[in-house]
Structures are given as C-alpha cells and as structure tokens.
Design a protein around this ligand. Structure first.
Ligand SMILES: NC(=O)c1ccc[n+]([C@@H]2O[C@H](COP(=O)([O-])OP(=O)(O)OC[C@H]3O[C@@H](n4cnc5c(N)ncnc54)[C@H](OP(=O)(O)O)[C@@H]3O)[C@@H](O)[C@H]2O)c1
Length: 271
C-alpha cells in the first residue's frame, strides 16, 4: 500500500457510510484528510473518533459551487495541497416516473446536482493542485452507472453522467500525470436507502433491501483505497455487479428482463 504520510486526501461526503469508512482508512494510513457533510451531528461524531490535527471536516453541500471551492481551499490552506480527490458524496432516489408525474422533476434535479454537479465543482477547483501533485481523481459511481435501474432514473442518470465526464477529462489530463478513475460498488450497507428521496422528494426512511446481507462499508472502502493506490482504471465490485455489467453490455434485452424481474413483483416496485 502506498505511503500516505504527508499526503492529503479530499473525500466528499465523509461523515457516513462508504465515505466515512474511506476517511478512517486513509487516517489509519497516515494521510491528512479533508471531508464534508451537511449534518452537524454526524460531523461532530466523526471528529470525536478521529486523531486531532490530521482531519478537517467542513459543513459543506457539494451541490453548492462555493462550498466546493471552500472545501478545496481548506485542504490547500491547512495541508498544502491535494494528492487524492474522492468524489463520494451522493444521494439516491426511489420513485417511478408515472407515480411522481411533474413532482419527480425536482427530485431528479436534486440527485443530479449532488451526484454529478458536486463532482464537477469539486474536481474543477481541485484540478490545479492535483496537477501539481500528479494526483488521482476518483468518482464513486455505481452499477447504476452502467445499467439504468427502475425507480432510480435520476440516480442512474447521475452516475452515467459522472462516468462519461470522468472518461472525457481522463484523456484531457493524462499527460499532466493526473490519473482519473471511477469505482462502482454493488449494494453496500449504509444510510443511502434510508435517505433516498421518494417521488415526493422526501427521504423514504427505510431500506427495501436486507442491509445485513450487503457488503459492509469498510470492505468497500478497502477495495477503493487499494484501487487508488494501484491507479486502476475502474473497479466493479460484487459478483452481482460484474454479472449485471457483463449481461447489459452483451445481452441488453435479457438484462432488461432480469432487471424487471429483480425489481418488480405483480407490477409493483418492490426493491
Ligand atoms: N451504498 C450503496 O449501496 C452504494 C452502491 C453504489 C454506489 N454508492 C455510492 O457511494 C457513495 C456513498 O454512498 P453511501 O452508501 O455511503 O451513502 P450514505 O451512507 O448515505 O453516505 C452519504 C454521505 O454523503 C454525504 N452527503 C450527501 N449529500 C451531500 C451533499 N449534498 N453535500 C455533502 N455531503 C453530502 C452524507 O452526509 P449528509 O447527509 O450529512 O450531507 C454522507 O456523509 C454515493 O456516491 C453512492 O451513490 C453506494
């Protein structure tokens, strides 16, 4: 594993789930870490369990351009630069287009603003420092970045957009020594399904999956940290994830049927 002493890692959305596990993993490797979230209690909780002087947690919303600029400047002012940027902050949604009608439009916009625009803002402001360090830009995508998933139309769109954007800028900055990559976790136990917006834009407050059977956030973070150290191009995690990406690429009509069968029962969205 790469030596992270005197290296600075900026992780968006590091106060819960996969982001928090990434923060704790990089701190354990000796890195300086800057992260953010919107919930002040989660920020206090993370600060309380981390070593003083190595971690900075800001209350910042990645859908706000100025907050992303502030986050980047904080990392540079406090630790002198940025070596790795992990665009992790994200929310999900669960709502069918027909059910939501026009009410689902602000839901889709909000998901895009956080999952896609947030990554664009943070990467743009961090890029000069990543060029200086010949660093790494990471997007935390999803299997929904390869295969659109019902009920998650805005979420799928945001992850396709993220991957397309990262693929494009990868070949813009390659000769500057900056490595651009994305990772696609499968279903991972976290708060993401509780906070997912329903078709009315409210947190659904429950998970349609058995969270205990899913990959845990620490394992997911460990895979990401290793992939970043190896400067991998992409990582698709979980067997189910690999299977979905493969089937969708080579047998898309079969994938349509399997996805429908997985997510629906008697015409109702059950997952
Ligand atoms: N869990 C999965 O099954 C799964 C699968 C594939 C991909 N992913 C991706 O993994 C990433 C992390 O998800 P997770 O499962 O760890 O979710 P999570 O447990 O809900 O954690 C999300 C983190 O992002 C922060 N966040 C959300 N919106 C934000 C905003 N506008 N500005 C700043 N921070 C924000 C949250 O803090 P606040 O709410 O306090 O802001 C929290 O710290 C996401 O990009 C997600 O799409 C997750």
């Amino acid at each position: 594993m790469a030596d992270y002493l005197n290296k600075t890692v900026l992780i968006t959305g590091g106060t819960d789930g996969i982001g928090k596990a990434l923060v704790l993993n990089y701190l354990a490797l000796g890195a300086n870490v800057v992260t953010c979230g919107r919930n002040q209690q989660k920020i206090h909780d993370l600060e309380a369990e981390s070593p003083v002087g190595k971690l900075c947690v800001l209350n910042a919303d990645v859908s706000v351009e100025r907050d992303c600029e502030r986050l980047v400047l904080q990392a540079v002012n406090m630790f002198g630069g940025i070596d790795v940027l992990i665009n992790n902050a994200g929310i999900s949604m669960r709502g069918l287009l027909e059910e939501g009608g026009p009410g689902i439009i602000p839901v889709i916009k909000q998901v895009m603003e956080i999952n896609f625009n947030g990554a664009v803002y943070t990467t743009v402001y961090a890029l000069p420092y990543l060029v200086k360090s010949k660093g790494v830009v990471v997007g935390v995508s999803s299997i929904a970045g390869y295969r659109g998933l019902p009920g998650r139309s805005g979420y799928s769109a945001s992850k396709f957009a993220l991957q397309g954007w990262l693929e494009a800028i990868k070949t813009e900055v390659v000769e500057k020594g900056v490595h651009v990559m994305w990772v696609s976790p499968g279903f991972t136990a976290s708060n993401i399904r509780n906070s997912a917006l329903n078709h009315r834009g409210l947190a659904q407050g429950e998970s349609p999956l058995d969270e205990q059977t899913l990959m845990d956030a620490a394992t997911c973070a460990g895979i990401i940290v290793e992939a970043v150290a190896k400067r991998k191009r992409t990582v698709v995690m979980t067997f189910q994830g690999k299977q979905t990406v493969f089937l969708n690429k080579f047998f898309p009509s079969l994938a349509d049927k399997l996805v429908r069968a997985f997510f629906f029962r008697n015409g109702n969205l059950i997952k």
